[in-house]
Design a protein around this ligand. Structure first.
Ligand code: IMP
Ligand code: MG
Length: 341
C-alpha cells in the first residue's frame, strides 16, 4: 500500500475501539502531510502517548504525535474553543493547527442542556454540549468559528487544504470519532450521537468527495464496550468484566464502560456501512495474554492467529494492524497480501 491519498480511519463499534493508538502509529510510520479530524466534537476522547505523556485528545487529530504533520479540524466538527486551545498548548502545536471557518462553536448553554433531563437521564450523553450545539446549528442560530475571537489565528478552509494536498499526491489521514454504531442514522436511535459518524459522514465533515477516498480503515477492539444507554448483546456483569480484565473507564466521562464479547454480526454491518478496505484490531492481548507485546504475526499463539483468520473470513476484509499492548510500538503490521480468505 503506497503512502499517499486519502485514508479514512473510523470506529467499527460504539467508540473507544483504540483509534488513538492506531492513528498515532500511522502518523509516525507513514508520515502524513496532513491529518484532519472529522466527527461530532469534544464528546470523543482519543488517548495517545506523546513525549512520554498520556493525553486524551478531544479536539486535535491524534497525528499531532508527528511534528511534521499539519493538523486540521473539519467544518462539520463542533469546536469547544477552551478545549481546543488547551490541547494546542499541551502539545505546543499552535504553528501547525487550523480549524475550519465554518465549524460551529459549543457554548456554555449547550453544555448545561446536555447535563440534565432527557439527554442525561435517558440517552446518557457525554455531557459535553455536542447534541444541543448541533441542534442550534440545524436551526441555523449557531455561532461559527470564524466569528469567535478566541479562534481568530487558527481559521482556515480545511476542505481546500485537504483537496490541494490530494492533488499533490500527498498522504492525508482522516480521523473519525465515536463509532459507526453510534451514528444518528444507522445506529439504534435514540441511543446514538448527534451526527452520522460512518466513513461517509466523516468525509462530509471535512469536505472530501467519495471518489477521492483511497482506504477506509475500520478499527475494532477484540471485545466490545459501550458507554451510555442502548442495547449491548451479550453484556457481561461488572464482576465478569473485571474478571476478564476488560474494565475500562470513559476517557471523557470517567464512567465504567459496559462490556461484551466481540460481535461478528455487528462488525459485518459496520464493514458494509463503511465500505471498509482494511481492519485494525486492537487489544488482542486482552483476549490472549500470551499475545502481549508480540510484534510479529508468526509469534502470536495459535488461538490468537485463528481469531484473526476467523475475523478475515467472516468479514472478507484483511486485518492489517493488530494492537498487542499499550506501547505505541506494540503493533503488528501485516502485508495486505497475507489475506487468508
Ligand atoms: P453524545 O455524543 O455526548 O450526545 O452521547 C450520545 C451517546 O454516544 C452516549 O451513549 C455516549 O456515551 C456515546 N458517545 C459519544 N461519544 C462517544 C465516544 O467518543 N466514545 C464512546 N461513546 C461515545
Ligand atoms: Mg474514546
Amino acid at each position: 500500500m503506497e503512502n499517499n491519498g486519502c485514508w479514512v480511519i473510523v470506529g467499527g463499534a460504539f467508540g473507544d475501539e483504540g483509534k488513538g493508538k492506531i492513528i498515532s502509529y500511522l502518523a509516525l510510520k507513514k508520515n502524513p502531510a496532513i491529518a484532519v479530524r472529522g466527527g461530532v466534537g469534544p464528546n470523543a476522547g482519543h488517548t495517545i502517548v506523546y513525549n512520554g505523556r498520556t493525553l486524551k485528545l478531544r479536539m486535535l487529530p491524534c497525528a499531532v504525535v508527528n511534528e511534521k504533520t499539519q493538523l486540521f479540524v473539519g467544518a462539520g466538527v463542533l469546536v469547544d474553543p477552551e478545549v481546543f486551545l488547551k490541547e494546542i498548548a499541551e502539545t505546543s502545536s499552535s504553528a501547525r493547527t487550523k480549524v475550519d471557518r465554518n465549524c460551529a462553536v459549543i457554548e456554555k448553554k449547550h453544555v448545561e442542556i446536555d447535563r440534565e433531563g432527557h439527554l442525561k437521564e435517558v440517552i446518557g450523553t457525554t455531557g459535553t454540549g455536542t447534541g444541543p450545539a448541533n441542534s442550534d446549528r440545524i436551526l441555523r442560530i449557531g455561532k461559527l468559528a470564524k466569528d469567535d475571537d478566541r479562534l481568530k489565528s487558527y481559521i482556515d478552509n480545511t476542505s481546500c487544504r485537504i483537496n490541494s494536498a490530494l492533488d499533490r499526491k500527498e498522504l492525508v489521514l482522516v480521523e473519525g470519532t465515536q463509532g459507526s454504531l453510534l451514528s444518528l442514522y444507522h445506529g439504534d436511535y435514540p441511543y446514538v450521537t448527534s451526527k452520522d459518524v460512518s466513513a461517509s459522514g466523516i468525509c462530509s465533515d471535512i469536505g472530501v468527495g467519495p471518489k477521492r477516498v483511497k482506504e477506509v480503515l475500520v478499527v475494532f477492539k477484540s471485545y466490545t464496550t459501550r458507554v451510555g444507554s442502548g442495547a449491548l448483546e451479550g453484556e457481561l456483569s461488572p464482576e465478569e468484566t473485571v474478571k476478564r480484565g476488560w474494565q475500562e473507564y470513559g476517557s471523557v466521562t470517567g464512567r465504567l464502560r459496559r462490556a461484551a464479547p466481540f460481535n461478528f454480526k455487528l462488525a459485518k454491518e459496520s464493514i458494509t456501512l463503511n465500505s471498509a478496505t482494511q481492519i485494525a484490531l486492537t487489544k488482542l492481548d486482552s483476549l490472549f495474554p500470551e499475545a502481549s507485546s508480540v510484534r510479529e504475526f508468526e509469534r502470536l499463539p495459535e488461538k490468537a492467529k485463528n481469531f484473526v483468520f476467523e475475523m478475515e473470513m467472516e468479514l472478507s476484509t484483511p486485518v492489517v494492524y493488530i494492537g498487542t499492548g499499550p506501547d505505541a510500538e506494540d503493533i503488528i503490521e501485516r502485508k495486505v497480501e497475507s489475506r487468508t480468505w
